[in-house]
Design a protein around this ligand. Structure first.
Ligand code: AMP
Length: 626
């Protein structure tokens, strides 16, 4: 460092100290530096908590938003529309540095905020107050066009100290990179302001506003937080399972639904207005103009969870009411068929990512919203109620005879205008035939099935796949809805990785109604001229096929071991599975995860079955090695 630089730096430090009682964005920036300097979560939380305690409520509220890496609370749709290149140009301009110096700095830090602090070292503003920064962010968001935004960003950064500028840039780019997540800020709020962590989390989940949650914590009013319509809640997630037994091992009573291959969507309905949000919590209503009408007529505000799928409507659609009445009955299967069926995800994809969905696309690729949960209805948040109750409420809501209100009309009515001239019928009266009517039937309660044994679950799985769906979702009927969490209350059973043609080597008697038939098959693949076992599956065969096979196996038993019989290796099966793993359970060295018999292959002789090489190939492909 030259003598001149040393003097300048001393002056700068003096000025910063002088200015410190005026600025408090600096205090936030310094806290961020301290947070970044430790890897210990407890320490990070303590620093945030201490910082929050040292601020006024207004400042602390804004700070929690900034510390979560956002310029605005999560629920707001406001965005600044300030990208990296705009920031880069402003920082270059302010610093007076050339492109190559900036690029070198960027290579060194890998972060635009750190680059800003570095290159602005010789230039500094007086420092900013945190509420001033918050105001400036709003002005930048409101400004139209890059020129206006650039001027405002430049003005803001020119008034900041280098350290403040570092964090302002980081907040604008949406990533502080100091090892703090919103969940840590929630913990700090509980620590600094009182209230339990669970209460803070709940308020923040409902409001989507960490600053507002802090205010409630300060006032001791966390419990009063109310659901905010059109602010998407987190989505409950599912855990994968490896076998049908596992699918029934975590809870006593399971609701089983098809796993539809579409896109997850949370629908909010309030006062006739309907909006859909994706799993990333982005609004996706404009991609599905054909959906809102059918929900808009419901008599209550509500939040639904479901899957939007490309849908093939049947020629003669059964009256919706009649179909819904079969809910929760043994007739789930027939209901599923009457409603139509999902088309592959690749079909839906053709509709996604378009600015405007053309009438042609709307006609060619109609969608349906398969609703499987309700999170809010009739003024009440329902997430803590067991699924059993939510399912009942959902059923009743969708079963109410409702007017098919045109979404646009609902909006018109709210703003005091008359609805457009059009016939508004009720769902019952509609006959299927044109687009308007499709829209009336596009909200479908995802059929629920029951399974009491692994065999029944496998049958449902096969049926779901036969309907073109990905597999099954198995849900604990006594579980609450846990937003944003992946637990064992929702389980997913997915489409197979591949199929193998295998030879049956041993058989066992089944369970339950299959106790007197040979329905559990151990099977192998060829390793040279030897068969090596690779898995075991319950039958996915029909009762008639099992009866026939039982006769055959009884007559072709090599060794009767009581519960188990080794049999002549002649029968070829096609088995599907989700996954393959290395295992010493079978002599092939592999095991199939969740194997299911797709069908008998009487057209194949044992010699035609697959080999261990083919199995290895599938294993390697699955692990990305081939
Ligand atoms: P995955 O994407 O494989 O983790 O599986 C979970 C996803 O399956 C969910 O996020 C939903 O988008 C989708 N899904 C399809 N059908 C259902 C259903 N009946 N219940 C819950 N999720 C479903």
């Amino acid at each position: 460092m030259t003598a001149f630089n040393g003097v300048e730096s001393a002056i700068r430090q003096g000025l910063s100290i002088l200015g410190s009682h005026l600025t408090n964005m600096r205090k936030l920036a310094e806290s961020c530096e301290a947070i970044a300097a430790t890897t210990k979560k407890l320490q990070k939380t303590a620093i945030v908590a201490d910082y929050l305690k040292s601020r006024t409520t207004d400042e602390a509220a804004v700070s929690t938003v900034f510390l979560s890496g956002r310029p605005f609370p999560a629920w707001e749709e406001t965005t600044m529309q300030v990208g990296g290149s705009l920031l880069w140009r402003v920082v270059a301009g302010l610093s007076g540095k050339d492109e190559s110096t900036l690029t070198t700095a960027y290579r060194k830090h890998g972060d635009l905020g750190a680059v800003t602090a570095d290159v602005l070292q010789e230039r500094f503003g007086q420092g900013l107050r945190i509420l001033e920064v918050a105001d400036a962010f709003r002005q930048i968001a409101a400004a139209r066009g890059p020129a206006a935004k650039t001027a405002l960003v430049r003005d803001l950064l020119s008034r900041a100290t280098p350290l403040e500028a570092k964090y302002i840039v980081k907040i604008i780019t949406g990533d502080l990179r100091i090892g703090v997540k919103e969940s840590l800020v929630e913990e700090a709020i509980a620590k600094a302001c009182g209230g339990t962590l669970a209460d803070v989390q709940r308020a923040n989940m409902l409001l989507g506003d960490i600053g507002e949650s802090l205010r409630l914590a300060v006032e001791g009013k966390l419990a009063t937080a109310k659901t905010r319509m059109f602010h998407p809640l987190g989505f409950m997630l599912a855990s994968p399972i490896e076998s049908a037994e596992e699918g029934l091992s975590y809870f006593a009573e399971a609701a089983v639904e098809d796993k539809y291959d579409g896109i997850r969507a949370q629908a909010h309905l309030s006062d006739g207005e309907v909006r859909f949000f994706s799993r990333t919590r982005d609004e996706i209503t404009s991609s599905f103009p054909d959906l809102p009408d059918a929900l808009a007529g419901l008599p209550q505000d509500a939040i639904f969870d479901g899957e939007i799928v490309a849908w093939e409507y049947p020629q003669n659609l059964v009256q919706t009411q009649e179909v819904v009445d079969e809910f929760f009955t043994e007739a789930g299967e027939s209901r599923a068929g009457k409603l139509g069926r999902a088309r592959p995800f690749s079909v839906l994809q053709q509709r996604l990512g378009r600015k405007k969905v053309s009438d042609k696309i709307l006609q060619e690729i109609p969608v349906a919203y398969l609703v499987f949960d309700v999170l809010y209805a009739g003024g009440e948040l329902l997430i803590d109620r067991p699924l059993q109750e939510r399912a009942r409420i959902l059923y009743e809501l969708l079963a109410t005879e409702r007017k098919v209100i045109h979404h646009r009309d609902a909006l018109r009515l709210r703003s005091g205008q008359a609805p457009a001239q059009r016939n508004i019928g009720t769902q019952r009266k509609l006959t299927f035939g044109n687009e308007e009517e499709i829209s009336a039937h596009s909200i479908i309660r995802a059929p629920i099935f029951r399974a009491a044994s692994p065999e029944e679950l496998e049958e449902l799985f096969t049926a779901a796949q036969a309907r073109g769906n990905e597999g099954l979702m198995i849900k604990d009927l006594s579980s609450p809805y846990t937003p944003g969490k992946r637990g064992k209350s929702w389980l997913k059973m997915k489409r197979e990785l591949a199929t193998l043609d295998v030879v049956v080597t041993a058989v066992e008697f089944g369970h339950g109604k299959r106790v007197s038939v040979l329905s559990d098959y151990t099977f192998g693949v060829w390793d040279g001229d030897r068969l090596v076992n690779i898995g075991k599956a319950y039958s996915g065969l029909t009762d008639a096929e099992i009866a026939e096979m039982t006769q055959w196996f009884l007559q072709h038993t090599i060794e009767d071991q009581g519960f188990r019989r080794t049999v002549e290796p002649k029968i070829v099966l096609e088995v599907a599975f989700n996954n393959m793993m290395q295992s010493d359970r079978h002599d092939s060295g592999y095991a199939l995860r969740f194997p299911r018999i797709v069908r008998l292959r009487p057209d194949k002789s044992a010699e035609d079955a697959d080999t261990i090489e083919r199995a290895r190939e599938i294993f390697e492909k699955q692990n990305g090695k081939a």
